[in-house]
Design a protein around this ligand. Sequence first.
Ligand SMILES: [Cu+2]
Length: 183
Amino acid sequence: MSLLAMLVLAGGARGTVTGVVTLSSGRFGRSAVVFLEGAERSRPMAHAVIDQRDKTFFPHVSVVTVGTRVQFPNNDTVFHNVFTEFHSARFDLGMYARGKTKTEVFDRTGLAVLMCSIHPTMSAYVMVVDTPFYAIADSRGRFSIKDVPAGSYELNVWHESGEKLTKSVSVQPGAELEVKTGR
Ligand SMILES: [Cu+2]
């Protein structure tokens, strides 16, 4: 995976971190998760939903802040059974029918891989972070994280292919930073 990140500061001591994630295959890092870990911690989100429709989870990749209660509505015509391994603790929402919603609180940081025991092609990823500064890359691997205060951060990138990287970055007022890492 390679990463080209540009830091552009606009006004005050805050800026926008933008960049492009490219996988080692040369493909764009579509839906890669990018987040900056620094001094500022996050609060639980008021609302997060992972829907089930057409035997698919929507969205396929989510970022939620630690402590967030995620809703898993079944809006499909068939039963689903959502389960995951998260910090060695398996949670299993059981089988439930259309129109029902189950919820789960993600109280630790890390990656949860969601599956459905009935439909093996179903999968989704939830990255639980403790920072307000995160983004999901678009189909061309592009991302943008706005309103980042000046300071030191660990820039983390994760892609569902398994490729990931961590890089220290320093956000300085007025500075323009270019980060590029090899495979
Ligand atoms: Cu299913």
